[in-house]
Ligand binder design. Structure first.
Ligand SMILES: [Zn+2]
Length: 114
């Protein structure tokens, strides 16, 4: 059975669940505060894998000087990733999740009302 990770929208802590079928009527509940407002978390493994794929397919940002480059969904957050990489730091999990979500078409909360 696959393990799914969810981040609580209330206390922002991560809970893991064994879910037989994610498409069924499964309602995750926060293990810490009991809230049912949970969002799927992107596992670090899946993130690294997809990031690797993105880089392999699109190459370095500097190879694409056109201004459309950063508007493409798969390039959202690329600049941020590069900055962190240059500083030799890991992206915070929260940032990773937002970038991943944005690439999948989900804008971070503060941008929705723009
Ligand atoms: Zn919670």
């Amino acid at each position: 059975m696959p393990i799914y990770e969810f981040v609580c929208q209330n206390c922002h802590r991560k809970s893991s669940f064994l879910v037989r079928d994610i498409s069924s009527s499964f309602t995750p509940k926060c293990s810490f505060c009991g809230s049912t407002k949970l969002a799927r978390a992107v596992s670090s493994f899946a993130y690294h894998k997809s990031l690797q794929t993105v880089w392999e397919e699109s190459g370095e940002p500097t190879m694409h000087p056109s201004e459309d480059y950063y508007k493409r969904p798969e390039n959202i957050g690329r600049w941020t990733e590069k900055k962190f990489q240059q500083m030799g730091q890991e992206l915070p999990t929260k940032v990773k999740e937002e970038i991943q979500a944005a690439r999948e078409g989900v804008m971070p909360e503060p941008l929705k009302d723009l």
